[in-house]
Design a protein around this ligand. Sequence first.
Ligand SMILES: CC(C)(COP(=O)(O)OP(=O)(O)OC[C@H]1O[C@@H](n2cnc3c(N)ncnc32)[C@H](O)[C@@H]1OP(=O)(O)O)[C@@H](O)C(=O)NCCC(=O)NCCS
Length: 216
Amino acid sequence: MKIELAELFPSCAILVKADRAMWTTPLCKEEEQLIEKAVQKRQQEFRAGRHAAHQALDKLSAPWEPLLRDEKRQPLWPTGFVGSISHCRGACVAVCAKANELASLGIDVEPLEPLPKGVDQYIHTSDDHATMAADSALPERLIFSAKESIYKCYYPLIGEHMGFQSVSLSIDADTMSFDFIPSASNTIPFPAELKFHGRFMTSESHLYTGCYLTSV
Ligand SMILES: CC(C)(COP(=O)(O)OP(=O)(O)OC[C@H]1O[C@@H](n2cnc3c(N)ncnc32)[C@H](O)[C@@H]1OP(=O)(O)O)[C@@H](O)C(=O)NCCC(=O)NCCS
């Protein structure tokens, strides 16, 4: 099965992939202040993410305001809106929706490459190792990327750090979807009243994962 990037989310969510100009065009004063001491690479990815997010919010008719952040780097979305941003070498995406349609969402983009050697032992649970071993066609960063999306999706609701061993993934390669099961040692209070939906897709060069929460 092949799906398009926008199909990671339902149609009420607006996903914007940053174009070339977004990486270099300066932001408003308040947003530029957040990166004034950052190296050029960080300034560019931050600009791309903020421009893409503004374009998504604009399509949702959200009031324009600077997108600031909290002390954990979580973007502070306009009241009544939810969103998520991700960037890596060569790609940046933002996705936003109205909070009365989706409770939260998370997105991640990774290069379509293996994880650095030895890193998977910190990311994958033993169940994740088995999941990956059972299907050699799965992108090698899939579990890592899905867990990053999950983190960004739940953090705004829970406000707690979540380790990579907190959950194991279940993957359905036929529908390009994923779900997660909290590990036996998990202490994160995932809200039971919200239903989780996760999907992934690949382009020639990148892996994208997206997830969102709806009322059950
Ligand atoms: C927060 C984290 C997921 C961000 O990932 P990253 O590798 O820095 O890179 P990405 O480009 O994909 O994402 C960065 C964007 O995530 C967003 N973000 C950062 N912290 C966030 C948080 N606490 N909650 C929601 N979104 C957050 C920001 O928009 C940020 O971009 P910006 O600083 O330019 O605005 C990562 O740094 C992290 O802490 N991971 C460990 C926790 C984890 O993933 N656990 C797995 C749980 S199962």
